[in-house]
Design a protein around this ligand. Structure first.
Ligand code: NAP
Length: 238
């Protein structure tokens, strides 16, 4: 039986992925920091193994993941906090960077030595890293850093036959985006997102980007002069 280990499995995309992989017959290790939420997941899919730790705590992450392995690892845990009126609150920026960048690095530190050749690690970034969006200074920077790290690591792990995939979702309807106070273009359901991710990873894609049209618009926007970029993106996240 194939094994998948998923962080951020207590909510949103990670939760849906855990349920869907379990339904497909995978042996699922669901990681989260909240025991009650993990138990709620297991109530829906009894075979799931639970693993409780906070990804921002390196010692806790190493201890929780010691001896764990899987053919597929999906590092999905993350957060989003927006800046307001360009006020740079260092604590907020550090919180977002710690969760979205240092968190996955802690997981990689703990897991990579235990993976067998042929395994795949998917890091969940965001299409927000494609072009600078207003208010997304912290979030976009954390995901851009993660994307660079993933692409660079993919080169270095080729010889060990550990495959790295970067997942770049657009807006997905989850508890994370329910907090947003603006309309989100081309938002998709969490079930659709899980389908895109599972299909892309099954095909061995290095980058799983969806929805395609949304990503294409962002990519084209990123090639325009900065003044045009600003004009086009200022409606998002306001
Ligand atoms: N939704 C979108 O539109 C969207 C778009 C692009 C990228 N993404 C990315 O996709 C991933 C999943 O997002 P989502 O929308 O599904 O969000 P979500 O519903 O808020 O789920 C986030 C998950 O991450 C976990 N998490 C957060 N901080 C953690 C920590 N320090 N230690 C352990 N677990 C932690 C949460 O645990 P708790 O339940 O304990 O809080 C939760 O399980 C994130 O990386 C997000 O940045 C989301």
């Amino acid at each position: 039986m194939k094994r998948v280990l998923i962080t951020g499995a207590t909510s949103g995309m990670g939760f849906q992925l855990a349920r869907d992989y379990a339904a497909e017959g995978w042996q699922v290790t669901a990681c989260g920091r909240d025991r009650n939420k993990l138990e709620q997941l297991r109530a829906q899919a009894a075979d799931i193994t639970l693993c409780e730790f906070d990804i921002t705590d390196l010692a806790q992450t190493r201890a929780a993941l010691a001896g764990k392995s899987a053919e597929l690892v999906i590092l999905c845990a993350g957060t989003c906090e927006y800046l307001n009126h360009g006020i740079v609150e260092a604590e907020k920026v550090h919180r977002v960077m710690n969760t979205n960048f240092s968190g996955p690095i802690n997981c990689l530190d703990a897991l990579l030595p235990q993976l067998s050749p042929g395994s795949r690690v998917a890091l969940v970034g965001s299409t927000a890293s494609i072009v600078p969006l207003p208010r997304a200074e912290a979030y976009g920077a954390s995901k851009a850093a993660l994307a660079y790290f993933a692409r660079s690591l993919a080169q270095d792990l080729t010889r060990q036959q550990i495959h790295i995939s970067l997942v770049l979702p657009g807006f997905v309807d989850t508890p994370l985006t329910k907090r947003n106070d603006f309309s989100m273009p081309m938002i998709i359901s969490v079930e659709q997102a899980s389908n895109f991710i599972r299909r892309g990873l099954a095909r061995g894609k290095r980058e799983v980007v969806f929805p395609r049209l949304f990503a294409l618009i962002l990519r084209l926007t990123s090639r325009l002069p900065q003044s045009w970029q600003r004009r086009l993106t200022q409606q998002i996240a306001r």
